[in-house]
Design a protein around this ligand. Structure first.
Ligand code: EPZ
Length: 430
């Protein structure tokens, strides 16, 4: 297994191109199941999760052609995927594949809507909480699906005339349930209203793409989506939104290490809560038409109190990175995680670098120190692993991160992007 080695202490200066968003690319690729025509997606990031989903979709009969492969992708370059699901050859998504990536469970809604049936393994994914799928199943049942769970598989069947629109109020905001039920509803008979829907930019990106494919959706960007079902969708072209979590991560890396970096192609409006937090900490942020300029020179970092929330609140996917940053703030910070109950696995690894963090239920108290010290650490999930990279950039001496396959799931060429800005970072192949 590859490792990442970082020697801390360098400031970051230059430009980092922001890639297309993993969490938008995945549902967009899945949307190709809804039409026999070709869906062309531009700015797709080259990531392990994207490649795994491509394998899953091929199993269902999706033909995938890739062009625009450029080693220096990102910042609007990325890869272009042409996905054609002319015929769905298999409506079963097996355990071996779905258990490796939670987002692949979202094939359920589109397969059910297009083929009238689907058999999808219960999902896996990062071990950050129990992560049930009850909202997905309740939503699809409300559209008329008959669903049972047997031997770890969800068996779903639509009524004879197809799914039927309905009013669905999600109990709690769920990005995945919104994606899944939205993709089913676009081909259902009649009107569906999704209340308390997720408003994350990735949901908006999927809805925009579905609209380009001929779906009728109102309320994009709000918590109420109104969908008039159509009988079929068509070919479309769509560009994946820039990755707001990658953007926020590099912004925090610059804040931690010091320096001045342009996050090229980043969209500030998708990240306002996190940028506000960084400003409160004393980081200088300027939004320009080329992206977001982040700098911190000699100013101390101020401590903060933050809790994670669904969009537009502070994202759970940046909680670990913010915690790494707060380990060197001048004072005590408090971070409360309200979305996932087990998303603190980075705490004990940051402690190996000398961080002073106390956990009490869903709340972490971080006593900032003047610096960290390099050590061997282990990645436990995607965002936790990148928080260790931020820790390594600050730490005195050498930090080695093992299990970097977690990092490869969601960060494209991270060692190159940080290395180009002056970080001493390298991948050590197994
Ligand atoms: C998406 O996961 C993202 N994944 C996650 O990013 C992100 O952390 C999360 O949304 C929250 O923003 C992708 O987009 C691929 P949820 P998802 O359903 O859809 C509970 C990353 O690092 N819930 O919005 O799985 C759930 O347990 C990943 O890129 C139910 O109770 O998250 C959680 O407490 C990690 N029942 C809350 O809702 C359900 O049926 C929000 O989860 C569904 C969810």
């Amino acid at each position: 297994m590859d490792r990442i080695r970082i020697v801390g202490g360098n400031t970051l200066n230059g430009t980092i191109p922001i890639s297309g968003a993993k969490n938008a690319a995945l549902p967009l690729m899945i949307a190709s199941l809804l039409t026999p025509e070709t869906l062309t997606l531009k700015n797709v990031p080259n990531l392990a999760d994207v490649n795994l989903l491509a394998r899953i979709l091929r199993n269902h009969g999706v033909d995938l052609a890739v062009d625009g492969k450029r080693p220096g992708g990102g910042g609007g370059a990325g890869e272009t995927f042409h996905l054609t699901a002319r015929e769905i050859v298999d409506t079963r998504a097996p355990y071996e594949l779905v258990s490796r990536m939670r987002a692949s469970f979202w094939v359920l809604g589109p397969l059910l809507a297009r083929c009238g049936e689907a058999c999808v393994s219960l999902p896996g994914g990062c071990a950050i909480g129990t992560r049930p799928v009850d909202f997905h199943l309740d939503g699809l049942r409300a559209l008329g699906a008959e669903i049972d769970i047997d031997a770890g598989y969800v068996n779903a069947r639509a009524p004879r005339g197809g799914l039927v629109g309905n009013r669905i109020a999600f109990e709690k905001v769920s990005v995945g349930a919104t994606h899944n039920v939205l993709m089913a509803a676009v081909l259902a008979n009649g009107e569906t209203v999704l209340e308390n829907a997720a408003c994350e930019p990735e949901v908006g990106d999927l809805a925009d793409c579905l609209r380009a494919m001929g779906a009728k959706i109102d309320g994009i960007g709000t918590s109420t989506l109104t969908i008039q079902g159509v009988s079929g969708l068509e070919a479309a072209r769509h560009t994946v939104v820039p990755d707001r979590i990658e953007t926020g991560t590099f912004a925090m890396a610059v804040a931690a290490a010091g320096g001045d970096v342009l996050l090229e192609g980043a969209k500030g409006e998708h990240l306002s809560a996190a940028l506000d937090v960084l400003r409160q900490c004393g980081v200088t942020i300027n939004e320009t038409n080329r992206g977001i300029q982040v700098s911190r020179k000699d100013a101390d970092l101020k401590p903060i109190e933050v809790e994670t929330q669904p969009f537009p609140g502070f994202p759970t996917d940046l909680q670990a990175q913010l915690m790494a940053l707060m380990t060197i703030a001048a004072g005590t910070s408090v971070i409360r995680e309200t979305i996932f109950e087990n998303r603190f696995m980075h705490v004990q690894e940051l402690a190996r670098l000398g961080a002073d963090i106390t956990l009490n239920g869903d709340t972490a108290t971080i006593n900032g120190k003047p610096g960290l010290t390099g050590a061997q650490v282990m990645a436990t999930d995607l965002r936790a692993s990148v928080s260790l990279a931020i820790g390594g950039l600050i730490a005195d001496g050498e930090t080695t991160i093992s299990r970097v396959y977690h990092l490869d799931r969601g960060f494209e060429r991270i060692e190159e992007k940080l290395g180009n800005c002056g970080a001493e970072i390298e991948r050590i192949a197994a």
